[in-house]
Design a protein around this ligand. Sequence first.
Ligand SMILES: Nc1ncnc2c1ncn2[C@@H]1O[C@H](COP(=O)(O)OP(=O)(O)O)[C@@H](O)[C@H]1O
Ligand SMILES: [Mg+2]
Length: 365
Amino acid sequence: MPSSPNPLPVGLVFGGASGEHAVSIRSARTVLEALRTGANADRYAPRLFYIDRQGRWWPEAIAVAVLASGLPSEPAALPTPLRPGFQGFPEGALDVEVWLPVLHGPNGEDGTIQGLFTLMERPFVGSGVLGSAVGMDKQAMKAAFAAAGLPQVPYACLGAAELEANPDAVAEHLEASLGYPCFIKPANLGSSVGISKATNRSELLEGLRLAASHDPRLVVEQGVEARELECGVLGVHKLRASVVGEIRFDADWYDFDTKYSEGLSHTLIPAPVSEAVSERARALALDVFRAVGASGLARVDFFFNEELDALWVNEINTFPGFTSQSMYPMLWAASGFPLEDLINNLVTEARESFRLHDGSERLGP
Ligand SMILES: Nc1ncnc2c1ncn2[C@@H]1O[C@H](COP(=O)(O)OP(=O)(O)O)[C@@H](O)[C@H]1O
Ligand SMILES: [Mg+2]
């Protein structure tokens, strides 16, 4: 793309009222650097917007301070005391030509902010309301995978009210249908928050109560012995799958501490699996992406058991981590797309598809 004399205002939104607030700040640093590197420096004029843990938006000066401070918490000295939640845009938001919501988890990766951008009739990077919402809620996600005939481990969906009404009956049913070990998950979090593994009735009941304290919608899965493979998907109309990577970790399972403690996990790119398995994962990743109606980008995670030759879809993340150590940008770097090109591609495709398909031409100048 030729360099533009008028760099495009890109609204980089980060932080967010989610358990992954701190990860979002780290992701945003990496993305901002990519927007300022090489040819992107002439193409883009990043505008920064920080959303605090209460969901309030803050203007550039505070956003810059949060990115620079290294403090993932909300600035103590935020000015006026305000109600929680969105209460209007800070200055500069209406000049943004394309939004880049580098947000993970609820209130960012789940369709809510995508709804706001849709109402504003502005292009944005990533999945729309539907793909984001279906990709976030593990009950809806599993239903979409099942409808598309994609392989998953055996699972059950239940509600916190059912559990409260008759915990023993719920436990008996889960023991009979799934057995032990099993994994208990709140439907709508991320980063393994609220997830536990149970190997007996008391752990199961405890795990169900823990998950229910986070979300009234719960999922329980049969625990499988498996390696964890991940594949990146990129594109709006023409989809591409990256090379396949693997996560290895020193823990029984990939829990929150293992995910975010330095040195407890590492990535292998490409994953040491056969060409056939890698091709299966790449093809499945595209099916998964389509099954939830995703767009732009996503990381698709799998469980792989070599002895059984089983490859199960675990989940899709519609705005995967973008920190310097994150799998998604590393997968694309290994597939011939360095971070600057990846970000440029995401922004360019978001704008092009908006122009062609989201009505901006119909609406006129
Ligand atoms: N059915 C399962 N069998 C084995 N391990 C599991 C299973 N479900 C989850 N895990 C472990 O828990 C981790 C987190 O689960 P996941 O569903 O990916 O939650 P999150 O959306 O928070 O990342 C997985 O990466 C894996 O290590
Ligand atoms: Mg996961």
